[in-house]
Design a protein. Structure first.
Length: 533
C-alpha cells in the first residue's frame, strides 16, 4: 500500500494561518479582558479615591480660616476633620489655643471690646458738654473688665464648636503634625486625608534685646490679660496693633509711651493719614518717641514692678510694663512641613503658595496668616471660601486682593480702602486728590476730646487712561471711620466713579456726606519724571 499522501504546501499554509488567527484572537481576548479589568479597577479607584482616606479634608488649625474652610467644605459633602489646641486666653504653640483662633480669643474681638470700654470715658466727658452732671469721678474696675471679656471670648469659642458640630466636622483637640502628603498625626493618633490644609495662624514675637524676657515684658496676648491696669506703659511698634493698644490703655487712664522706628506710625498707609493720626495721638496725650528703637530693659526692684526701658537714642523711661507690638510670626515650626516637601520661607517662616493656596506639595494647602499674603481675618475668610469651592465646589476660584478694606481701631480710628496716594500715582500716573479736614457737628459743643475732634477724609481719583474718573482710594481718620469705609468698599469694588459719588444725594448732617460733597480737587498728584542724562 502506498503511504497516505502528506499535506501539500498550500494546505500547510492555510493550517498555519488558521493557527495564527486563533492565537491572535486568544491574545486579543486576553488583552481585552485585562483592559476591561483594568478599566473597572481604575474606575473604582477613581470613584473610591476619597473612600481610601479617613477624610476628604483635614484642616490643621481652628481659627477663622480653618473653621470657615471646614464648614464650607462639609457643606459640599466632604468628610472633614479639624485639629485645634485646647482653649486658653493666652496661647502656647504646643498646648494652648482654642477654636476661633487669634481673632476671637486674643485679637480682633477682645481688643475691640476693650476699645469700646475705653471710649466710654470720653463719652462721659462729652456728656458734660451736653448738660449732663455726674457726681464723683468714674473709675475702672480692671479685674472685672478682664473677667467679663474672658467670659465672652470663651462663649464665642464655644459657638465655633457648635458650628463645627452642626456641620458634622470631626474636631480633634491636640497638637497636629504632617507625616506625609496624606497623613496627619494628632497627639499620636494618625489620620489620612485626600487633602490637608494648614491654617495655624501666627503668634506675637518679641525681639531679642537685653531684658526682653523679664517679668512685666508683654506680648499683645499678655497685655489683654493683665491682672492690673499699668500706671505707665511703653508700647514698642508703629503698626496697627501698637496704635490700638496705646489708644485703649490711654483711654483707661495709663500713661502711654509709644516707641516707633519710623518718623510716623502706620508704615504703608497713606501719608496724610499717617500725619493726621500722629498729630491726633500727640494732642490726646500719648507720648510718641519717633525714630527710636529699644536698646535694653532692666528690672528696677524686686517684685512686680518697675522696669527701666532704654532706647538707642538715649531715652530712659521708668514704667510698669513694656509691650512689644513689633510683628507676628507664622506658626509653622515643628509641623513637619519641610520634611514632606512643603516649601517654607527660611527667613519669615511663611508657607509659599500659588494663587489657589496650593503649596509645593499638590495635596497640601495653606491659608491665612501662615502664608505670605495679607494677614487680615476677612482675607483669611475669603481664602477659605475660595479654597472650599476649588476643592469641593466644582470650580477653581482664586482669591482676589483688590480693594480690601482695612481699619485701625485707634482713637481716633483709621479706615482705608483701595490705593494710597503714592500707590495711585505709581499705578495711574496722575490722580486727583480730594481732601477735607473738619470738626464734625458732634464736637462743636464743648467736649474733652483733645485730638479726636478733627476728621480727615480723602478720596483719590484716577486722572489718566481708561480708569480716568474712577475712585481708586478712600481714606478716613475719625469717629466711626471703619463702619463708614466698609460701605464705601462696596462702591470701590463696583468701580464707582467720582461723578457717581457727586451725584449721590447726601445725608445731612453727617460726617459721611463729605464723601458726596467734595467737588474741588485739593491737588493733582503726578508721577515724577525720571531725569534724563
Amino acid at each position: 500500500m502506498e503511504a497516505p499522501e502528506g499535506p501539500g504546501p498550500h494546505r500547510r499554509t492555510q493550517r498555519a494561518l488558521k493557527l495564527l488567527a486563533a492565537l491572535g484572537l486568544l491574545s486579543l481576548g486576553l488583552c481585552a479582558g485585562r483592559w476591561f479589568l483594568l478599566t473597572i479597577t481604575d474606575s473604582r479607584a477613581e470613584n473610591d479615591s476619597y473612600d481610601s482616606y479617613d477624610y476628604d479634608l483635614f484642616t490643621i488649625g481652628g481659627g477663622s480660616a480653618g473653621v470657615r474652610l471646614a464648614r464650607f467644605s462639609a457643606k459640599y459633602g466632604a468628610r472633614v476633620g479639624l485639629a485645634e489646641l485646647p482653649f486658653a486666653v493666652v496661647s502656647d504653640k504646643h498646648s494652648a489655643g482654642g477654636l476661633g483662633g487669634t481673632c476671637v480669643i486674643r485679637g480682633c474681638v477682645p481688643k475691640k471690646l476693650l476699645v469700646y470700654g475705653s471710649q466710654l470715658h470720653d463719652e462721659l466727658r462729652d456728656a458734660r458738654g451736653y448738660g449732663w452732671d455726674f457726681h464723683g469721678r468714674p473709675r475702672i474696675n480692671w479685674r472685672r473688665l478682664i473677667a467679663t471679656k474672658n467670659k465672652e471670648v470663651a462663649r464665642l469659642s464655644g459657638k465655633y464648636r457648635e458650628l463645627l458640630n452642626d456641620a458634622k466636622v470631626d474636631v480633634f483637640e491636640g497638637y497636629a503634625q504632617v507625616l506625609s502628603p496624606h497623613m496627619v498625626s494628632v497627639n499620636g493618633k494618625r489620620v489620612t486625608a485626600k487633602y490637608i490644609c494648614v491654617a495655624t495662624g501666627s503668634r506675637a514675637s518679641v525681639p531679642k534685646i537685653p531684658g526682653s524676657t523679664l517679668p512685666g515684658v508683654l506680648t499683645s496676648d499678655d497685655a489683654l490679660n493683665l491682672s492690673h491696669l499699668p500706671r505707665r506703659i511703653v508700647i514698642v511698634g508703629g503698626g496697627y496693633i501698637a496704635m490700638e493698644f496705646a489708644s485703649f490703655f490711654y483711654g483707661y487712664g495709663s500713661e502711654v509711651h509709644l516707641v516707633l522706628r519710623a518718623d510716623k506710625p502706620l508704615r504703608g498707609f497713606d501719608a496724610d493719614v499717617r500725619a493726621h493720626l500722629h498729630s491726633a495721638l500727640q494732642q490726646r496725650g500719648i507720648h510718641l518717641h519717633a525714630n527710636e528703637t529699644p536698646a535694653s530693659i532692666e528690672r528696677r526692684k524686686l517684685g512686680w514692678g518697675e522696669l527701666i526701658f532704654r532706647t538707642d537714642q538715649g531715652t530712659v523711661l521708668e514704667v510698669d510694663n513694656v509691650m512689644f507690638a513689633t510683628g507676628r510670626r507664622p506658626n509653622t515650626e515643628e509641623l513637619g512641613l519641610e520634611a514632606v516637601g512643603v516649601e517654607v520661607d527660611a527667613l519669615s517662616g511663611k508657607i509659599l503658595v500659588d494663587k489657589f493656596s496650593r503649596t509645593t506639595v499638590p495635596s497640601i494647602f495653606a491659608i491665612g496668616d501662615v502664608t505670605s499674603r495679607r494677614s487680615l481675618t476677612p482675607v483669611a475668610l475669603m481664602e477659605a471660601t475660595a479654597l472650599s469651592e476649588t476643592l469641593f465646589g466644582g470650580r477653581s476660584r482664586a482669591p482676589t486682593y483688590d480693594n480690601v478694606p482695612s481699619a485701625v481701631f485707634s482713637q481716633p480710628p483709621v479706615a482705608t480702602c483701595g490705593l494710597s496716594e503714592a500707590e495711585a500715582v505709581d499705578k495711574h500716573g496722575e490722580v486727583q486728590v480730594f481732601m477735607s479736614r473738619f470738626k464734625p457737628l458732634k464736637h462743636t459743643m464743648p467736649t474733652g476730646r483733645a485730638g479726636q475732634e478733627m476728621v480727615l477724609i480723602k478720596v483719590l481719583v484716577a486722572n489718566r487712561g481708561r480708569s480716568a474718573g474712577t475712585v481708586v482710594g478712600v481714606h478716613m481718620v475719625g469717629e466711626d471711620a471703619p463702619e463708614i469705609v466698609q460701605a464705601l468698599a462696596i462702591a470701590l469694588s463696583a468701580g464707582a466713579s467720582k461723578e457717581q459719588f457727586d451725584q449721590t444725594v447726601a445725608l445731612h448732617p453727617t460726617v459721611t456726606e463729605e464723601f458726596c460733597t467734595l467737588r474741588e480737587a485739593t491737588r493733582i498728584a503726578k508721577r515724577r519724571q525720571k531725569p534724563k542724562f
